[in-house]
Design a binder for this molecule. Structure first.
Ligand code: ZN
Length: 448
């Protein structure tokens, strides 16, 4: 597909964009918005290019956009600039989530699109940003069509979705939905011992303001999150876009294996209490249990003390991430892994603590909204068959918000299925198909 040339009018760079946007007048904002109304695909390309360098690590090529860091601030400045360039009213809620409004935010029954801009360590460009960029591009597409809005429309960027820094995913949406207490949020610490309140304060936000936001959520009639697929289901069906059915139950468990530090060169094997061995047995057990249950289990993060090449560790701390299509399968995996870990620990004289750090039960997206999306997308010109409906093992803000708000998700094909990696990818034509699908959905929901 060939796309119209990018429109330079109103384009902003990610870094320093907040300053430029803040100095602009409302008139300039409208002009930029009108200039952008050449269609969703051109504005998609513009925005994608602007955001691409922000927080990208030179060596790995992956993204390090962690909550409340400089790269995060640059992403947030970009979001604000996009909102203001379109003449949308911009606000930050008490939990640091960003909102761009078309229409009256207080009117109620709003239709909201959005996702997140933060990343996992060395994450890809698409997980999160694709949803935010596509939301702005879909609005541009609707303006190009001359759509008349009968409901308020907003675009959201939810803070700290990946949990890369503080170890808990979806902090912004969890706080808003009352699924994370203020006390628990205040106890979150990053790897350097910096607490969430300290990090928020350093980034210019008020940590004392955080907490549930039920009035705000009550004003939302529908939330639609577009996201790159984190699997290959759409590649296998040959569809550029799909609709989410459910998010698998998933959680994170911390395993602390404690042994005895000693000299790697002088301690006989028979005399060692080496927690690394028990950890290794546990990793293998996780793989076996996941295979047995048809589920997923991963140890992807580990910390070792004293972490010396020539020292037997005193502590190995490993984090288990596990997900399954249903609760029974997930329970079977986690209890199987814990049982195996305890047996090996017992034999090797290792002390073991297992702590569940986070858990999200299965999320079934609201059937009425999901079916409505299916009807809208199947009823389009040239649509020759129904859009596939698929489950996912990945957590999302949409999953958290679904407890408070009618929520749906669109997935855009990921040809390799790779995600949370610099190799994560979606084709340009598929991204544009996602923009158009999102525009069609928003038009169906929010326009007369
Ligand atoms: Zn994501």
């Amino acid at each position: 597909m060939s796309l119209p040339p990018a429109n330079a009018n109103g384009a902003v760079n990610g870094v320093g964009a907040e300053d430029r946007a803040a100095s602009g007048t409302a008139t300039e904002g409208r002009t930029a918005a009108e200039g952008r109304a050449q269609g969703g695909s051109a504005s998609f390309q513009d925005m994608w290019r602007e955001l691409l360098p922000v927080g990208r690590h030179q060596d790995s090529g992956g993204y390090r956009r962690y909550a409340w860091t400089g790269a995060d601030a640059d992403c947030r400045a970009w979001f604000r600039a996009q909102a203001e360039a379109r003449g949308l009213s911009y606000e930050v809620d008490r939990n640091g989530n960003q909102w761009a409004w078309l229409g009256d935010p207080l009117a109620g029954d709003a239709v909201v699109a959005g996702s997140h801009l933060d990343s996992v360590p060395d994450g890809g460009a698409f997980d999160g940003p694709l949803g935010v960029v596509s939301s702005f591009a879909a609005l541009d597409e609707l303006r190009r069509r001359g759509a008349e809005f009968t409901r308020p429309l907003a675009i959201g960027n939810f803070g700290d979705e990946e949990g890369a820094r503080f170890g808990l995913a979806c902090v912004g949406s969890r706080l808003a939905a009352g699924q994370l207490t203020v006390e628990a949020a205040h106890r979150l610490r990053d790897g350097d011992g910096i607490t969430l309140p300290q990090a928020m304060e350093a980034a210019g936000y008020d940590p004392d303001a955080i907490g549930p936001d039920p009035e705000r959520l009550a004003r939302i009639g529908a939330f639609v999150e577009l996201h790159v697929e984190q699997g290959r289901a759409l590649d296998l069906t040959g569809d550029p876009v799909g609709i989410a059915s459910a998010i698998w139950p998933h959680g994170r468990w911390r395993f602390d294996f404690r042994g005895e530090a000693n000299h790697a060169g002088t301690t006989r094997l028979a005399d060692r209490r080496d927690p690394m061995l028990t950890y290794a047995e546990t990793v293998l057990a996780a793989r076996r249990e996941a295979e047995l249950a048809g589920a997923l289990a991963t140890f992807g993060k580990i910390s070792v003390e004293p972490n010396g090449v020539n020292a037997i560790p005193s502590l190995v701390r490993g984090w288990l991430d596990s997900r399954a299509a249903d609760q029974a399968a997930l329970d079977a995996v986690v209890s199987g892994v814990e049982r195996a870990a305890r047996e090996h620990a017992e034999r090797a004289g290792i002390d073991l603590d297992v702590v569940r750090e986070s858990f999200t039960p299965v999320v079934e997206f609201e059937h009425a909204l999901r079916d409505e999306l299916g009807r809208i997308l199947a009823g389009r010109d040239g649509a020759d068959r129904a859009v596939p409906v698929l489950g996912t093992g990945a957590g999302h803000d949409a999953g958290i918000l679904s407890a408070s708000v009618p929520t749906a998700m669109l997935f855009v094909r990921n040809p390799t299925g790779i995600s949370h990696s610099p190799a994560e990818h979606a084709g340009e034509d598929d991204c544009v198909a996602g923009v158009i699908a999102l525009a069609d959905v928003l038009e169906g929901l929010a326009c007369s």
